[in-house]
Design a protein around this ligand. Structure first.
Ligand code: ADP
Ligand code: MG
Length: 399
């Protein structure tokens, strides 16, 4: 796979380079960025291209607009923050690949950076039909002479700006994509043992495929978060008003039957009647969850037990918060596990948008982790062994 460093070695001064970045950051109600981790992760590639005199056209998505311009999902706050971090003016095109984008791309000087508007303002970005995506990809390709994919968080999507444009231009992988793939490869090819995976988050159905793929490879799978309740129900326990995916109970039961020795479930949970900042909480054993309460975090005995498993691990992958960490009463489980993962003596990898955000929001030291992935879905699909379209296309030679 060619990388941006190969492109730089060819010389890019004066050339226009189209960079697909992952700038999909969380915004609050006032459109302020609450976590700029993904913007910061995109800087090495962008800075290297600027320093080499490239004229950089950056494309990215934000949220899920419905294929039409929607001011709520404008990349304007991202352009401003990217400009601050690069120490340069980063203008935002008024459209994705229309008249304004074309005019601005043509006007770029060496080392300049232009951000296109949210690529998902174009319905063809995510179209199933390759001809429709191709229509948009042709317009992307007309903006530049080379394509660099640095949007690791989007490489599992067969989208126009991730896949189809790469078929139309000389293409290479950005530094973030290279780094993410290196780490994931270390997790799949002969990981140092014990290898412990911690999974949490809300939906077990989102993660069953990765659980199935990982179980034969790991020494321990620790399950917390909302998804643990479907496993607890599969053991015949009552889960009160906790998250439960009834249609997944049988699958969870089979997984427990086949791999019960490797799956570690919570011992206790933090319960409350409602999801609020000042909720009254009680800690109960998993076999004593009251009917009228919801389990919203793992309890202290669970944190201790998970901590013991993590203490001896040499390789750890963690995806998914242990509880509703967004609210103070339900943070302790995620904090405890995050601290235990940070203390791992070996390779520790955090994957998942919410998990990475939790590490930063809880004020934990990011440098204590071996790697914090910017791509939740992409890293999970890689670990499942699925082909990632955005990577497969980079591995093909140029057209
Ligand atoms: P990631 O983005 O790291 O892959 P997910 O998107 O799968 O993680 O899950 C994150 C969400 O899971 C968080 O918003 C969190 O509030 C929620 N969550 C965790 N534990 C619970 C629980 N016990 N009940 C309900 N939601 C939960
Ligand atoms: Mg998430």
């Amino acid at each position: 796979m060619r990388t941006v460093d190969d492109l730089l070695a060819e010389g890019v001064s004066g050339r226009r380079v189209f960079v697909r970045a992952d700038l999909n950051v969380p915004l609050d109600k006032t459109q302020a960025i609450t976590d700029d981790g993904r913007i910061r992760a995109s800087l090495p590639t962008l800075q290297a291209l600027r320093d080499a005199g490239a004229r950089v056209v950056v494309a990215a998505h934000l949220g899920r607009p419905e294929g039409a311009p929607d001011p709520q999902y404008s990349l304007a706050p991202v352009a401003a923050r990217l400009g601050e971090l690069l120490g340069a003016d980063v203008p935002l095109a008024a459209d994705v690949a229309g008249e304004d984008a074309r005019a601005r791309a043509a006007d770029l000087g060496d080392g300049d950076v232009l951000l296109l508007e949210n690529v998902r303002f174009e319905a063809n970005e995510t179209a199933k039909d390759a001809d429709l995506r191709g229509e948009l990809a042709d317009r992307f390709a007309a903006l530049a002479d080379a394509y660099v994919d640095d949007a690791f968080g989007a490489v599992h999507r067969k989208h126009a700006s991730v896949y189809d444009v790469a078929l139309r231009l000389p293409h290479s992988a950005g530094r973030l994509v290279v780094e993410e793939l290196d780490v994931l490869r270390r997790l799949t090819e002969d990981p140092e043992r014990p290898y412990v995976v911690v999974l949490g988050g809300s939906k077990v159905s989102d993660k069953l495929a990765v659980i199935e793929a990982l179980l034969p490879k790991v020494d321990r799978l620790l399950v917390g978060g909302g998804m643990c309740f479907t496993f607890l129900a599969a053991q015949g326990l009552g889960v009160g008003g906790s998250l439960l995916e009834a249609d997944q109970v049988d699958t969870c039961r089979r997984l427990l039957d086949e791999n019960g020795d490797r799956i570690v479930l919570p011992l206790d949970v933090v319960c409350a009647a409602d999801l609020s900042d000042d909720a009254q909480t009680t800690v109960v054993a998993v076999d004593a969850i009251p009917d009228d309460l919801k389990g919203l975090d793992v309890g202290p005995r669970t944190v201790e037990a998970f901590g013991r498993e993590l203490g001896g691990a040499r390789t750890v992958f963690w995806n998914g918060p242990m509880g509703v960490f967004e609210l103070a009463p339900f943070q302790a489980g995620t904090r405890g596990v995050a601290e235990a993962v940070a203390a791992v003596d070996g390779l520790s990898v955090v994957g998942g948008g919410d998990s990475a955000a939790a590490v930063r929001q809880l004020g934990l030291d990011e440098s204590a982790y071996g790697h914090i992935s910017t791509g939740g879905g992409a890293s999970l699909e890689y670990l499942e062994g699925r082909e990632l379209p955005g990577i497969a296309v980079l591995e093909r030679g140029d057209a």
